[in-house]
Write a protein that binds this ligand. Structure first.
Ligand code: PGA
Length: 261
């Protein structure tokens, strides 16, 4: 079965009003001619949340890219200073949300329990949550990759068995994020296959349908080899998503291929 590829740009805490203006002007220019890869690839940009309104105006419903957020609250509303609810994100034309990024796990001490609650809340509110999983360099060295990524997945599967019906996963080895060191296509494929087969133990159809993205130093020069792998359905892109030509080049690399074929 062929799955649509997703290229999701995570701007992290980068950008400015001017950068949003320039980036989306470049999107208009690039996509106005409706390149063929648009049929196979869903581009998504996750700017800092304060730029969502500007980005959504800039897309103007004419550009096929969609918007996402980098985090979401597990709560609907209330006394949660600084948090943003899924409903608020939806009001800003947000379709996707990254949940459990390793920077939030490490810097904000988010636990698997909180991340599962956020994922479930996002999905119940009609957003498409993208669960990030991945091991550190030390965990890989110790041979604990499988244990770590399945641990990050299992809680959600056990608490909300239907969570991945409409959700997504991004495998992001922590040692590859922002380092310029990418997992080899074979290393990434092995973990993607593990994730898909584990999902298959719960629901074969969801396992076949779910997009599983790779993240960690994806660049125009390494994207195509990753996307050739049968279980890699696109990428979660940090640094390269800030440069329109690089982001489009990664989308084009995905457009040459159709996952699962
Ligand atoms: P990177 O970031 O592409 O800069 O390595 C990926 C991510 O953190 O999602």
């Amino acid at each position: 079965m062929s799955r649509k590829l997703h290229i999701i740009g995570n701007w992290k805490m980068h950008g400015s009003k001017e950068q949003v203006r320039q980036f989306f002007a470049a999107c208009h220019e690039m996509l106005i001619s409706k390149p063929v890869w648009l049929k196979r690839v869903q581009g998504v940009i996750c700017p800092p949340v304060v730029y969502l309104a500007q980005a959504s105006q800039a897309l103007d419903g004419q550009v096929e890219f969609k918007l996402g957020a980098q985090d979401v609250s597990q709560h609907e509303s209330g006394a949660y200073t600084g948090q943003i609810s899924a409903t608020m994100l939806k009001e800003h034309h947000c379709h996707y949300v990254i949940v459990g990024h390793s920077e939030r796990r490490q810097l904000n001490h988010e636990t698997n329990e909180e991340i599962a609650a956020k994922f479930f809340k996002a999905k119940a509110s009609g957003l498409i949550p993208v669960l990030c999983v991945g091991e550190t360099e030390a965990e890989r060295r110790e041979g604990a990759t499988e244990k770590v990524v399945l641990g990050q997945l299992r809680l959600l599967l056990e608490q909300y068995p239907d969570a991945f019906n409409g959700g997504m996963i991004a495998y992001e080895p922590v040692w590859a994020i922002g380092t310029g060191v990418t997992a080899t296509p074979e290393e990434a494929q092995a973990v993607h296959h593990l994730l898909r087969s584990t999902l298959g133990e719960y629901d074969a159809q969801i396992a076949t349908r779910i997009p599983i993205l790779y993240g960690g130093s994806v660049k125009p020069n390494n994207a195509e080899a990753l996307f050739k792998m049968p279980d890699i359905d696109g990428a979660l892109v940090g640094g390269a998503s800030l440069v329109p030509t690089d982001f489009f080049a990664i989308c084009q690399a995905a457009g040459k291929l159709t996952a699962g074929e």
